[in-house]
Design a protein around this ligand. Structure first.
Ligand SMILES: [Cu+2]
Length: 390
């Protein structure tokens, strides 16, 4: 019996220690994602080191603890010691030394690396070679490259059929987006972060960054990705009922490919300019509009346009959608359909899409809504009209 007890003592000390140590550090589903930025490497090292320190303390304390219990058990005839009389130096030393040891471990052994790591996280000043602005809103991310004049919206790419169990779920279920954030590797990128409605949080575990996006505040963080690849994360603040539908995907590519991508994206931008100039057919607008609706509007207004009663208004049969949107002088009718889409509704979840969607995209989605879900307005909005109203 006594032997088994001793073995157990040993096991309880050693097994967790092995888990935390490098010996058992093979890749498993329980592990952290592989770190790919200085912050992530740093946090990982700090975490692993702390686990080791904690396990050593655990093993030592429990070994003494359990040894004492067995050594001084009643049936071996041990008599309790009587601690009376004036305190001896020995007693003082026993009381104070564990305290000093713990202070040393906490404030020196663990404190210094943790402090270093946190200061490092906050340090966006030194040589940020590039800036990306991230704007969160229910339930999508907008990515902006101010120096390149590139801006796009990134939304979940998992289909409604998969979400509602009508189709088999893919490998990256709820972790895939239409437009990933593209970043160059080996470059210090400063990320500015804000939100248009509620608090969201931009979290990519492999980068070791997770920061709240707070409306009205501009916050910052940085990454310097050392390995090309696709990194996935998600919004980490409970931000409404579409919270689980705002994944983050970052594509890290080498600098030359990144330059190519920037050039391509800029060309697309001028294409959008041209698109705004041409006259679109109803059919073209409907096709494009459906695509935008599924990407941007569907989370709130639903696939059937019926919204969610009490939370998000229906577009099917809506007075606004089935009403006029321009007055006789071709100006926006206040609270009309186009005004709502372009300027949003202050104080509600309906945000302004003027700076998120292009002229053609706004024209298309408004046309689509006016002629879908049983709405039969038989009219359309031209991108040139949207352009003139900006
Ligand atoms: Cu969110």
């Amino acid at each position: 019996m006594r032997k088994t007890g001793k073995q157990l003592t040993l096991l309880s000390g050693i097994v967790p220690f092995l888990f935390a140590s490098g010996l058992a550090h093979a890749k498993s589903i329980w592990d952290f994602q592989e770190p790919v930025t200085p912050i992530a490497h740093d946090s990982m090292t700090v975490s692993v080191d702390f686990q080791r320190i904690i396990m050593v303390i655990y093993a030592v304390v429990f070994a003494i603890f359990i040894y004492s219990i067995f050594r001084h058990r009643k049936n071996s005839g041990v008599q309790p010691a009587a601690f009376t009389g004036p305190r001896t130096k020995w007693q003082w030393a026993l009381a104070i030394s564990p305290f000093l040891i713990l202070i040393y471990i906490d404030y020196v052994l663990m404190g210094i690396p943790a402090f270093h790591s946190i200061v490092n996280m906050e340090d966006t000043r030194t040589a940020a070679e590039m800036v990306v602005k991230v704007t969160a809103s229910q339930w999508k991310w907008q990515y902006e490259y101010p120096e390149e004049d590139i801006r796009f919206v990134s939304t979940i790419a998992t289909t409604q059929e998969q979400i509602h169990n009508k189709k088999t779920k893919g490998e990256h279920y709820l972790q895939e987006v239409d437009n990933p954030l593209i970043l160059p590797t080996n470059k210090k990128v400063r990320i500015l972060l804000t939100s248009t409605d509620v608090i969201h949080s931009w979290w990519v575990p492999a980068f070791g960054v997770k920061r709240d996006a707070v409306p009205g505040y501009l916050r910052e963080m940085w990454v310097n990705i050392d390995k090309p690849g696709t990194y996935r994360g998600q919004c980490a603040q409970l931000c409404g009922d579409g919270h689980s539908f705002m994944p983050i995907v970052v594509e890290a590519i080498a600098e030359p490919q990144f330059r190519e991508w920037v050039a391509k994206k800029k060309a697309e931008g001028s294409l959008a300019e041209t698109a705004a100039g041409k006259v679109w057919s109803r059919n073209e607008l409907m096709v494009k509009g459906e695509e935008i609706y599924k990407r941007v509007c569907i989370a709130c207004h639903q696939a059937d346009g019926k919204g969610i009663p009490g939370a998000f208004p229906a577009l099917a049969g809506s007075k606004i959608v089935n009403g006029p949107f321009l007055d006789n002088d071709d100006r926006l009718i206040k609270d009309g359909h186009l005004d709502r889409v372009m300027n949003g509704k202050p104080g509600s979840a309906m945000q302004a899409f003027k700076n998120i969607l292009s002229d053609a995209e706004i024209a298309a989605v408004v046309t689509y809504e006016r002629n879908s879900f049983g709405n039969r307005m038989d009219d359309m909005v031209q991108p040139s009209q949207v352009k003139a109203l900006r």
